[in-house]
Write a protein that binds this ligand. Sequence first.
Ligand code: AMP
Ligand code: MG
Length: 537
Amino acid sequence: MTSSSLQETFQARFVERLRADPQRAGPPRPVRGAHYSFVDPSPVGAPKAIAWSEPLAAQLGLGPDWPNGHDRAAVLAGQTLLPGMQPYAMCYGGHQFGHWAGQLGDGRAINLGETIDRDGVRQTWQLKGAGPTPYSRSADGWAVLRSSVREFLCSEAMFHLGVPTTRALSLVLTGDQVLRDMFYDGRAEWEPGAIVCRVAPSFVRFGSFEILAAREEHELLRELGDFVIREHFPELVPNTAPTETLPPETYLAWFREVATRTAAMIVHWSRVGFVHGVMNTDNLSILGLTIDYGPYGWLENYDPSWTPNTTDASGRRYAFGAQSRIGLWNLLKLANAVLPLAKDVEGLQEALGAYTEAYDRGWERMLAEKLGWTAWQEDTDGALLQDLLDQFGRTETDWTIFFRRLATIDVGQALDPETLRKALTPSFYAPEALSADDWGRWTNWLLRYQQRSQREGRSADQRRAAMDAVNPKYVLRNYLAQLAIEDAERGDYGALERLQRVLTRPYEEQPEHEDLAAKRPEWARTKPGCSMLSCSS
Ligand code: AMP
Ligand code: MG
């Protein structure tokens, strides 16, 4: 079999195993008694592919001629359906900003079908921004270029950072204009429409279960649970359960696994400084993947109360430092939804406890690694870390640059204040504002850090290599994404391509791209799109 023939025929297990809405397409409406609705992508004016992920194409086994004999942009805009594709939109609900929102669903995402990747993993292809579906509610079903650039770049950047995520294969302009009121202030403007082809083993969300539980559609709830567990968590299926219905213990074990994966994902977010921005339960993946890149942002100066989402500015529900707590809150909603399957309140509570434990231990282990230590040492490390975070509170410090600079310090040598000053200054936003007292505190912290690090017995090179492997040099800084968007809106895709390329090797020094590792310039501090984003997309 040649690599390009791997995906010639799309499969549709989700469609075959689960229940379809008897009405095809049709107007927005409550869809009951179904897991999904068949709906074709809408026609678009002039599809044009402007970005493509070569690493993902390789993973999917797509050769250079794919889709052999068809126009690539037309397929990736949903205008040409390949053999086996049966487009559908999924039904789900969700808690948005702490409140039950009822049915949401794929309002502008249309799944095309599944192919098997080169590791034998079944991958679902989904077009985001391909036109209205029965779940579009009062919206139009389209997506604009700016949010699509952000989703495309960030999905792939996260993957290369080693963070569990949905992927993005392509970015296509539709050739049509879409009306958006970016700041919800009555000044709507026409923007270019775009479609991202997302790829993941599953796009099922916490909210997929919640909607069925809320409607007391327990048979459908069980069908979805069985499907998800058998397809994506086969290791949990007992040998004694070859038939459809799984025993309650399996659902409980599965919930625990979802909780653990969610904890691991949020620990990764903290490691790389990612703030999701809209952790509603409809935006949490059942596989523990980062999903739905909307008003996300990257932490610049360390500030646990920072949120990129203007809609969240007053409550700061989804701020950097709140993400683990919100993960727990969302899992509690999922636990309520799967209770009819797991039938074990105490077991679910215990699993929620396991989430907190997994997150807390994961956070410690992750920070130990960021600081160049092989393991967290209970006696010393908590105080050292807390003092570091306090220092960040006093001195505006870049979360990404700081750890790369810290790795350059040779803790085996006597440390003089000048060396320390040179090492850390590039990570501070206002180094000139530091008083002698501030420098004294930094020196004091570094001397304690040096003592602790010497206990590791690593050479300077070993230590730096270990730290650089977990502390990225390049992240998708908010202002860089915005600059790439502004160019793309003028038809220039150079910055987009460059960012995409550099972000495939985020842990490596790339001296010719040093400018992309620089801290946020002052002009970007308050510029829309750079520090503040709305949900409008
Ligand atoms: P989000 O905040 O992007 O996660 O979206 C929340 C819900 O709104 C989901 O059900 C989306 O499918 C839906 N949605 C967002 N934007 C649109 C749009 N332009 N057209 C239709 N549905 C949308
Ligand atoms: Mg969403």
